[in-house]
Design a protein around this ligand. Structure first.
Ligand SMILES: *Cc1c(COP(=O)(O)O)cnc(C)c1O
Length: 354
């Protein structure tokens, strides 16, 4: 069987969730949108179910998958609903919903619902992507209240640059949030992963950790004690020697400068490993450091085994995980860990509970 697989360590997931909640205080919605950042939403939600205060997903279909799988904890729709039919269905399934623009507010006012829904009213405090701005927040809150269809209203906002500890932007966003919500009753939620780890000023009633649950530290300093949840691994499927001057792979990007022992690994960009990484990108072979040489292709990639004479056919290769931080690969690929994790596909997924 092709050895490419993603191992998901559910005890690391629980460890990271508890770390987030302890750091932040109060309660924490585990963000499991986008199939739990590629880790399997239902499996992750089940692993956290007894401990988590609730979950957050992007939209209705993601929440319904969890409900169908037996998750009866609170689930927040971070994008809210897209139409009236969704609104009715969300209410039926007791989902919490973000209301972030006028049309969603109107839908709530106009649509008869079986019972009250809990709303997270989103404030645009400077990201300028979604949410009610400044003076519009109070009136939106009043209209929700007056609709008679809303149970609890939580006030929330989202940070654009919480992963930049040197910048004032996050504190400015907090100030705008405070000003826009002054005098309104109810719980608050402002912190994503980066704010939980880097901004003690941004702790309120509910945290919304996403990426940190999966063990990729969003802060530049890292060192927060997160544990990698996903290990993307495969094995060497063939070995060959190439002589100095010989090219390797598509485009001949890598050319051997010395006799080079090349390991062919069953992992490619169709599995979600990024094609854009340069020669020298780290991998671990049976726990020892090696590097990618040559372009990543669809189903395979090539690594340098010259310094690892004991490694060969069948040697285990970690593409990211405990030994090779996914942040390191993201950096090499010019992207962020979020994108790499979400893009994992085609490989077998195995769950372990260490
Ligand atoms: C995705 C999302 C989060 C989680 O963000 P991380 O950076 O992964 O912690 C929190 N809040 C909102 C509104 C989101 O959309």
């Amino acid at each position: 069987m092709r050895p490419a697989r993603a191992l998901i360590d559910l005890s690391a997931l629980r460890h990271n969730y508890h770390l987030a909640r302890e750091r932040h205080g109060g309660r924490a919605l585990a963000v499991v949108k986008a199939n739990a950042y590629g880790h399997g939403a239902l499996r992750c939600a089940r692993a956290l179910h007894d401990e988590a205060d609730g979950f957050a997903v992007a939209f209705l279909a993601e929440a319904l998958e969890l409900r169908a799988g037996g998750i009866d904890a609170p689930i927040l729709l971070l994008e809210g609903v897209f139409d009236v039919a969704e609104l009715a269905e969300a209410a039926r399934h007791r989902l919490w919903m973000v209301v972030h623009h006028e049309e969603q507010l109107r839908m709530l006012e106009r649509t008869p619902l079986a019972g009250p829904v809990d709303v997270w009213l989103k404030v645009n405090s400077g990201m300028n992507r979604a949410g009610f701005v400044g003076d519009a927040v109070g009136p939106a809150w009043q209209r929700l209240q007056a609709s008679g269809k809303v149970g609890r209203i939580v006030l929330m906002t989202h940070f654009a640059r919480a992963d930049e500890p040197e910048r004032e932007t996050t504190l400015e966003q907090l100030q705008r949030f405070e000003a826009a919500t002054a005098g309104l009753p109810g719980e608050r939620s402002v912190a994503n992963s980066a704010a939980i780890l880097g901004w003690p000023q941004a702790r309120r009633d509910w945290a919304r950790p996403g990426i940190l649950l999966y063990g990729a530290d969003p802060m530049p300093a890292e060192g927060n004690g997160l544990r990698a949840v996903m290990t993307l691994e495969s094995a060497v499927m063939a070995v060959r020697e190439i002589a100095p001057g010989e090219p390797l792979g598509y485009g001949g990007r890598f050319v051997a400068e010395r006799p080079t022992r090349v390991g062919l690994v069953a992992m490619g960009y169709a599995d979600g490993y990024p094609r854009t990484v340069p020669d020298g990108t780290p991998v671990a072979v049976e726990g020892r450091a090696s590097r990618i040489i040559g372009r990543v292709s669809m189903d395979m990639l090539t690594i340098d085994l010259t310094e690892l004479p004991d490694a060969g056919l069948g040697s285990r290769v970690e593409l990211w995980g405990d030994q090779v931080p996914v942040n390191r690969i993201a950096q090499a690929a010019g992207t962020i860990a979020y994108e790499l994790l979400c893009n994992v596909k085609r490989v077998g997924v195995e769950y372990v509970r260490r």
